[in-house]
Design a protein around this ligand. Sequence first.
Ligand code: ARG
Length: 563
Amino acid sequence: MNNKEIVAKAIYAVVKEDLTLEQVANFLENPKTADHGDVAFPAFGLAKAYRKAPQQIAQELAEKIDGTSFEKIEVVGPYLNFFMNKAAITEAVLTRVIKEKNHFGDQSIGMGENVPIDMSSPNIAKPISMGHLRSTVIGNSIGFILEKIGYQPIRINHLGDWGTQFGKLIVAYKKWGSEEAVKAHPINELLRLYVDFHEKAEEDATLEYEARAWFKKLEDGNQEANQLWQWFRDESMKEFNKIYDMLEVSFDSLNGEAFYNDKMAEVVELLEEKHLLASDQGADIVDLSAYDLNPALIRKSDGATLYITRDMAAALYRKRNYHFAKSLYVVGNEQSYHFKQLKAVLKEMDFAWADEMHHIPFGLITKDGKKLSTRKGKIVLLEEVLNEAISLAKEQISEKNPTLENKEEVAKQVGVGAVIFHDLKNDRLNNFDFALEDVVRFEGETGPYVQYAHARAMSILRKADFTPDETKAYPLNDEGSWEVMKYIQRYPETILQAADKYEPSVIAKHAIKLAQAFNKYYANTKILVEDEQKEARLALVYAVTVLLKEDLRLLGLHAPDKM
Ligand code: ARG
């Protein structure tokens, strides 16, 4: 039970006749400052029923309420301020953390049901962009968070490995490419060919025609086209995997757009059966005016299918294959319209489960205030960013702890972790700027700051040679530890909130707050001094290590024991 629930029950016991438990709970507030207690109840809500001044009601309630869970109940004007019994709560919460360890906050709401998460999904033959990085780390973290409340996440990399651009690539490669060049720098070379194609096609219109013909061959299973396509895909995957390895993200499925090539006919048939297809200058469309949306283009006049057709096939496949409870798409905000149309078409087809499909959009990353785009060759190579973050981390670790044994490994965990954390700490829809020097700092609201607080807490436990004992009681009643306790006590709610909103930033913010509260505690309290509360203080430090580590895990970061 959290503090609000405890207070609500205590008040409800004496106002049963006039308010429901829920009404009482809704009146409760969190006071802004600690001197107004932990929970406040404004008595205005009872003024009507009691026909008395709120001040007087507050006074009378204070006398009637059972005070066992509280240190004191103060009346300030119309407010009742409840000060929780810190010792009792600390004792109860610490015992739970010691028993449940990193499973503190787990829930079984998801009942083991599947949740496919469409994430990362870069395009073959193009560099993985900052946007794809966001999708990767946000999707990965949402997976951990949902798993913590009992769902089974299925991480799907819906690769952009199909579409007319592959016709262009084949033409460009055959005319101006070489095997050696692709092998040496796959993505750079494939991107160059692609850019070249567009330049030359401006002068020579037949190129577009040739490209379309090659894509048709690809769709029809032509051997040469398919071999080239497979090779482009393999080479690109090798490069993507370098980044996934650094981020330590893995996927349950790499079924991208190409996987649905042979599943598209069914989509078109289903639409026909349901009389939803209309013809528009030879192309097939679905009217979506009932949803206030533009028509969805399902099939071009040359028979080629589109991005949305492939997403329809994918949605059907996921429903049949995974029987999902819900199906998530972690894709940039700029594709919102696409996902609205996708859901609308499926709703038109009477698939009620389309309501359980959720687009999880996110904002843009800019660098020095400018948008990052691949078009103009202005690509920030992710691998370089990550490597640079690692070397920045290494510098700082060498300074702080020159004798650290596994410096290389810790530098990797801190550097890569810093980039991930920076991405996750803001509400996902916010746009944000990326400057590496700010990201890898050990101070401020950064990943290294949280990791460092964890390592510091671990070192206290080592120094004290402390092992928590779940049969012991660890009560604390001082203000300093209470400030830390608040973030421990609220953990289960924090998890639920993050899961509810699909917001890893809720976890990141919790980690920052807890790390800050702990650092303050550490600065103001002699944790290791020999007195009768020493063990309880250490139990609190232990709980801090468990929760910081769990927060970091949920975000996809390591928590080194030493750094
Ligand atoms: N490959 C696409 C892009 O880079 C993202 C795919 C998102 N997933 C989906 N099912 N449409 O823009």
